[in-house]
Each structure stands twice: as structure tokens, then as C-alpha cells.
Design a protein around this ligand. Structure first.
Ligand SMILES: [Zn+2]
Length: 237
């Protein structure tokens, strides 16, 4: 079910069936100059919608959290960066509130890498409050499957761009991305304030020009299938 469909009375009845809560979490952030600022929210919301549509009584899709922690790309127009401490506190409160409401079994569908550290800490707080939380970082956790559809991970790269094109092609402008977007050579963490714009030239790395709506459709279908498989693994009964 989608939470918007339910009254309080209907919610009380549904909760007895112990539905799995789907909580999409994103951010508002520059995705190159070519893709929607809401990319990291649109994708987990769409994955959640597909999961819920596939098994309507097993999953309860909740309203998304659209603001996240976006320190690395805060220098680009359109990015809104929520500092880590209030973000962790807010997400912990949302998750713990859901536990109190009867939704202890939660799947957090995260769309944004900058949220990862904060969400790990928030999930630990929700676990202390009696919750069971699975965090799905689709672009990392399903990397093998993604590479079979479109290789080349990267911020605003082919995978994210393709997924947004499948959701709404009008929200992507491939002409506004460089012909050869730079790719990182290694996954290291590096923090320094003044050079932030230079580390993500044009707010992109990866190869967004390889994106197509067809690839995006395949990605979203695969992600929804994998989330359902994980849900059986973690919550078998
Ligand atoms: Zn993104």
C-alpha cells in the first residue's frame, strides 16, 4: 500500500499484518548540469513504488525524506546541504517514530552516497529503539547487476542519468554534459573545502552520455527485483 491511501482506521488494520515499511531517502543536489537536482530522491521513490506495486499487502510505501547530507557538492547551484548532526537526528526520529507506530521492520531506500555515514548511525539508533533496518544503497549494493546493464559508476554518471530518463526523459539534458566526463581512478575519501568544485568538475564524474531510457528501465526493474529478494532474506516471515 501507499501511505497516502490509508486513514488511521485502515492503518490500524494493516499494521496487524506486519507490513514492511519502505522509506525512500534522497537529497537535493547538482547532478552535472544535465540531470535533475532531485535525481537522488526520484530514483529510490520509483524503486519503492515498483516494489510496493508488486506486492501491495506486503509493503507499505512511506513519504520520502527529500533533503540529505550533501557536503561534497554543496558548492554547486541547487544543492541544499543538511549538516550531518541534524540529519542523523531527524532520520533517527523518523525511524524510531515508525517503530512506535508499529512499523518496526524497515527498508531504507537510499539514493545518495553523501547520506551513507549518517544513515548507518541513524539505523543504529533505530535498532536501539527496537527496529530492524535494512539500508539499500542501490548504486553500490547492486553494482554487479548495474555493470551488466551499463558500466561506469559515477556521480551523475550513466546509471543515475539513465534511471532518471526512464522516470521522465524531460528532466535530463544530455547536451549539457561534457563529451568525456572525468572518472575517479580510486575510491578514496578526501575532504578539503576550497577545492570542492575542482574535484567534481561540472558536478559530474562517469559517462552520462552513455545513458538511455531503456537502460534506465532495466536498472529500475532490476533494483525493484533485488529489493524484494533482500526483503525475503531479511524478513522471511
Ligand atoms: Zn546522485
Amino acid at each position: 500500500m501507499h501511505i497516502a491511501e490509508l486513514t488511521s482506521k485502515e492503518f490500524s488494520a494493516l499494521i496487524k499484518q506486519r507490513p514492511l515499511a519502505l522509506l525512500p531517502i534522497g537529497t537535493l543536489e547538482a547532478h552535472g548540469m544535465h540531470a535533475s537536482l532531485a535525481t537522488d530522491t526520484l530514483i529510490p521513490v520509483e524503486i519503492g513504488r515498483r516494489v510496493e506495486q508488486a506486492e501491495r499487502t506486503r509493503f507499505l510505501l512511506l513519504p520520502e525524506i527529500p533533503y540529505g547530507h550533501s557536503w561534497d557538492l554543496a558548492v554547486f547551484d541547487g544543492t541544499v546541504d543538511i549538516p550531518a548532526a541534524p540529519f542523523i537526528s531527524y532520520v533517527s526520529a523518523v525511524g524510531s517514530g515508525l517503530v512506535k507506530a508499529g512499523l518496526s521492520r524497515q527498508i531504507w531506500l537510499n539514493g545518495h552516497g553523501g547520506n551513507n555515514g549518517a544513515l548507518t548511525l541513524a539505523a543504529e539508533a533505530v535498532a536501539e529503539a527496537g527496529g530492524q533496518v535494512v539500508i539499500v544503497n542501490w548504486w553500490m549494493d547492486f553494482r554487479q547487476e548495474i555493470d551488466a546493464i551499463t558500466p561506469g559508476a559515477g556521480h551523475a554518471g550513466a546509471d543515475e542519468t539513465a534511471a532518471v530518463m526512464a522516470i521522465n526523459a524531460a528532466w535530463v539534458h544530455l547536451a549539457d554534459t561534457p563529451e568525456h566526463a572525468p572518472a575517479r581512478t580510486a575510491k578514496v575519501t578526501y575532504k578539503e573545502v576550497s577545492g570542492r568544485a575542482g574535484r567534481f568538475p561540472g558536478a559530474v564524474n562517469g559517462a552520462p552520455r552513455e545513458a538511455t531510457a531503456e537502460k534506465g528501465e532495466a536498472l529500475l526493474t532490476m533494483c525493484a527485483r533485488r529489493v524484494r529478494e533482500l526483503s525475503v532474506e531479511f524478513f522471511p516471515a
